[in-house]
Design a protein around this ligand. Structure first.
Ligand code: 5GP
Length: 192
């Protein structure tokens, strides 16, 4: 998506450790105009899918998921990061290895909000090794709901998450795919 690539080129900062900082428009300060355009693009890409719910993960997926949900006219559920001690039989739970914080945490969704009748679009800001999305897919599977697809804002194509999801047959629509980035020069290469 041209507009998102333009934002990344102009405002993104390439950090050491394969981290792309986009906190001026995507996951700290949020550019809602951009989010609307992203939502419209996912709506176009998933036009034929019978999506009735969007699932994301706190915190940075929530903003983009809410704006997309307005266009899809469906509710958003976000998986919460929880202490294991709080996990009871009323929730679906999975473990996620955090890419940015280098630790494992539990994510939970109340059983009240996912059922076999649901057709889910997963949305998140980044796809790196795929741990966050895989955690959400585990939860969807446990609930008996149907996964319709995954919408990602920025996929880092040089990490394996996207490749593994596509190999599994998951319908994955990443609005920008960064195939290479250099922390020294700030140079970015997009896949088209
Ligand atoms: P994964 O679970 O696919 O390895 O990583 C995805 C999650 O880690 C996303 O939810 C996102 O919050 C975070 N993340 C991964 N890579 C980056 C990055 O380069 N920049 C930022 N800002 N977050 C990232």
């Amino acid at each position: 998506m041209e507009l998102l690539e333009q934002y990344i080129r102009e405002k993104g900062v390439v950090k050491k450790g394969n981290v792309l900082k986009v906190d001026s428009f995507l996951n700290h300060q949020m550019d809602v105009h951009l989010f609307s355009e992203m939502g419209r693009e996912w709506k176009r890409l998933f036009a034929d899918a019978p999506i009735n719910k969007i699932l994301t993960i706190e915190a940075s997926g929530i903003g983009i998921a809410c704006i997309a949900a307005q266009l899809f006219e469906v509710p958003v559920v976000f998986a919460k990061k929880a202490q294991s001690i709080n996990i009871d039989g009323e929730v679906y739970a999975s473990k996620v290895q955090s890419f940015t914080h280098k630790r494992v945490y539990d994510v939970i969704v109340s059983k009240k909000f996912l059922s076999p009748d649901d057709h889910i679009l997963v949305i998140d800001d980044f796809l790196a090794n795929g741990c966050a999305v895989n955690g959400l897919l585990d939860i969807i599977e446990a609930s008996g709901a149907t996964l319709e697809g995954v919408g990602i804002a920025v996929e880092k194509g040089f990490q394996e998450g996207g490749k593994l999801l596509r190999e599994r047959g998951v319908r994955l629509e990443s609005l920008a795919i960064v195939d290479a980035m250099d922390a020294k020069t700030g140079e970015l290469t997009f896949r088209h």
